[in-house]
Design a protein around this ligand. Structure first.
Ligand SMILES: Nc1ncnc2c1ncn2[C@@H]1O[C@H](COP(=O)(O)OP(=O)(O)OP(=O)(O)O)[C@@H](O)[C@H]1O
Ligand SMILES: [Mg+2]
Length: 275
């Protein structure tokens, strides 16, 4: 009998029929044999993230952690978890398919075309990411690896957060010092091994916001070379791009080294009335 995926949220897929699964395309391959593939299962397209049992502990732990966190989440701006199953060789998470790929590829394409986004599009995309992030933070989850490659685009052009492999569920009085994330999106306090919390996601959100406006990373050029050693809040070219100066204010709230100057997500959204 065919398995109805949407009804299998947060449950093991006991009735899962492996032979009904057809690989359409490998979407991504991680080190140590992990992979993300698009599959046809009966008449549905689904994404399966697989990790072989013989993978190193940390890679395996990341997928199990992603399963634990994603299976507790349900929000239109978070990639939908549909279940998990095991084969004799691997552990697998089933996810909804985001038809238009990831935001990193989208931004690269826009840069190649010189096609900057207008203010409305920037704010719509920023609002989608912030919306997903508010939901996460309200559930005590810090994403910890927010970057364009982990933001997916659906057929309706709306965005969804993905890749919860190094996310963390916070408990009261938790202090975080583990250095995790992707260096270019890592808040300074994380990189320095200092205590950090939800505001480290706000830093990464700020970097993504800058990229939505300028189509490039604020601190690194397209060849991966660091621009300037001395830190200052990156400046948007608002005049040239036809953005209001309020967008620079948003950057100023998020890309702040000093945690006391960096705004909380709630305050930013109240100020901008995005949601
Ligand atoms: N549900 C999905 N729908 C469409 N594409 C997806 C989906 N999940 C993942 N991808 C694609 O696969 C890429 C890698 O996915 P993800 O970040 O979840 O895996 P990962 O193993 O953690 O990879 P990495 O280590 O590179 O971050 C994404 O950037 C995206 O292009
Ligand atoms: Mg990823």
């Amino acid at each position: 009998m065919a398995v109805d995926f949407p009804k299998l949220v947060a449950r093991t897929m006991d009735q899962f029929n492996n032979s009904a699964l057809n690989l359409c395309v490998v979407l991504a391959e991680g080190c140590f044999g992990s992979s993300v593939g698009l599959y046809r299962y009966n008449d549905q397209l689904i994404v399966i993230k697989s990790i072989p049992f013989n993978s190193p502990d940390y890679a395996y732990t990341a997928v199990l952690k992603e399963h634990t966190i994603l299976s507790q989440l349900c929000h239109p701006r978070i990639i939908q978890y549909r279940g998990y199953y095991q084969t004799t060789t691997s552990w697998n998470i089933v996810l909804e398919y985001a038809e238009r790929g990831n935001l990193a590829t989208f931004l690269e394409r826009r840069l190649a075309e010189g096609a900057f986004l207008n203010q409305h599009a920037v704010m719509a995309k920023f609002g989608d990411i912030a919306d997903g992030l508010v939901y996460l933070h309200q559930r005590n989850v810090i994403h910890r690896d927010l970057k364009p490659a982990n933001v997916l685009i659906c057929i309706d052009n709306r965005l969804k957060l993905a890749d919860f492999g190094i996310s963390k569920i916070m408990h009261e009085d938790d202090l975080n010092r583990t250095i995790v994330g992707t260096p270019l999106y890592m808040a300074p306090e994380v990189a320095r091994g200092k205590d950090y919390d939800y505001k480290s996601d706000v830093w990464a959100l700020g970097i993504i916001f800058y990229e939505l406006c300028m189509l490039e990373h604020p601190f690194v050029d397209r060849f991966g070379k660091r621009r300037n050693q001395k830190f200052s809040v990156p400046q948007l070219d608002c005049k040239r791009l036809g953005y209001s100066s309020a967008l620079q204010v948003l950057c100023d709230m998020m890309i702040q080294k000093d945690l006391t100057k960096r705004w909380t997500l709630e305050s930013i959204l109240t100020k901008f009335r995005i949601l």
